[in-house]
Design a protein around this ligand. Structure first.
Ligand SMILES: O=C(O)c1ccc[n+]([C@@H]2O[C@H](COP(=O)([O-])O)[C@@H](O)[C@H]2O)c1
Ligand SMILES: Cc1cc2nc[nH]c2cc1C
Length: 347
């Protein structure tokens, strides 16, 4: 696999950032979580006056071999490609939210089981027409996984070179809550029941069967040898590309906005390879998908929003970006007690 150079941000400015935040005209700590975000962004950028430029969301789409069977997903596999057209035409939730919040949106064919016209405004990096069915074999070869990681990295590098320093990732892939559940169970060691949710289903009818199927998949792949092997075994291509994307964004010291359940399992994979990545991540929301809460607890992180979203596409990230911008705005634009001649208490 491509290697990345990822270091935790220096602690050099920690004290100065804390002091700058504490001396703003507000009771100590009164901006709550926004204070933590302001501190984190200042630390990532190693400045007391951080700037967020060209916020970008990249949606990776990919199909999953198991989805053809319809045993773990209520919607047909064809919806993945249909939603890609919807993204291109501007009709999805992520289009509405990114347009509202001035976020640049890019759509990637990571491995959709459909041929898209090359002239469409899609990043065409298809690895294959969906992954293989992991009930029968590994979802992808090691070579496909490595190509996917590299492709995700190249896409992020290009966004960075176009001036972006805050990036979020979204995904679209019928069946991908199953891949995500398998990855979460592997990385957190939690039983598959605790990692499996209803996905796109609106009732729990499917859930028990989904858990049984995923248990049998775990038994079939009992000898996973490494985090990268887990990624190749369970897939999908959109998740593998997000692993590369997250790693590249951390290497470039970008602010990484983590969306829902599936993106979080890409992050688990990235963290198993490079633990310092966590320092670059802001967690957008707690998904309604069973498992996400436990995953976030496992990482000891607290997301910004709790909206019971379970859509994916990067929608939570798009909604959280203005809050991150608000944190940076107060750090840059609020007066200190001294500047505004407001009386402070002795600290
Ligand atoms: O982001 C989430 O937390 C999330 C939770 C549940 C479902 N999804 C989306 O639903 C799709 C996968 O659902 P499923 O039931 O086909 O596995 C996929 O396109 C995801 O973007 C996303
Ligand atoms: C319609 C639809 C839209 C989605 N967006 C992300 N995952 C999705 C799954 C479905 C089924």
């Amino acid at each position: 696999m491509k290697t990345f150079h990822i270091e935790a941000p220096s602690k050099q400015l920690d004290a100065a950032l804390t002091e700058k935040i504490n001396l703003k005209t507000k009771p100590l700590g009164a901006l709550g979580v926004l204070e933590q975000i302001a501190f984190q962004v200042g630390k990532i950028q190693q400045t007391l006056s951080p700037q967020l430029n060209n916020p970008t969301i990249i949606v990776f789409a990919g199909d999953h071999g198991i989805a053809e069977e319809g045993v773990v997903n209520p919607y047909p596999q064809a919806v993945t490609a249909q939603m890609v057209y919807n993204f291109v035409q501007g009709g999805a939730a992520i289009n509405a939210f990114s347009q509202l919040n001035n976020i640049k949106l890019e759509v990637v064919d990571a491995g959709v089981a459909h041929d898209f016209d090359p002239s469409l405004p899609i990043i065409h990096t298809k690895i294959a027409y969906g992954t293989a069915n992991y009930r029968l074999q590994k979802a992808m070869t090691d070579a496909q996984r490595d190509i996917a990681i590299k492709a995700g990295a190249i896409i992020v590098k290009s966004a960075f070179e176009q001036g972006s320093n805050m990036i979020g990732f979204g995904e679209m892939g019928i069946g991908n809550t199953s891949a995500a559940a398998l990855l979460m169970s592997y990385f957190t060691q939690a039983p598959i029941e605790d990692c499996t949710g209803a996905g796109t289903s609106h009732n729990n009818d499917l859930l028990q069967r989904k858990i049984e199927v995923l248990k049998s998949v775990q038994a079939f792949h009992a000898n996973i040898t490494s985090p990268l092997d887990a990624l190749a075994t369970f897939g999908g291509f959109e998740i593998a590309m997000m692993v590369g994307a997250i790693l590249q964004a951390a290497e470039l010291k970008m602010v990484i906005v983590i969306d829902g359940f599936i993106v979080s399992t890409a992050l688990l994979t990235a963290l198993a390879l490079y633990p310092a990545v966590i320092e670059y991540c802001v967690f957008a929301h707690t998904s309604h998908e069973n498992g996400h809460q436990a995953l976030l607890r496992n990482l000891a992180v607290k997301p910004l929003l709790q909206l019971d979203l379970r859509l994916g596409e990067g929608t939570g990230a798009a909604l959280a970006m203005p809050l991150i911008q608000a944190a940076v705005a107060f750090l840059n634009n609020m007066s200190s007690f001294a500047e505004a001649k407001v009386s402070n208490i002795e600290s």
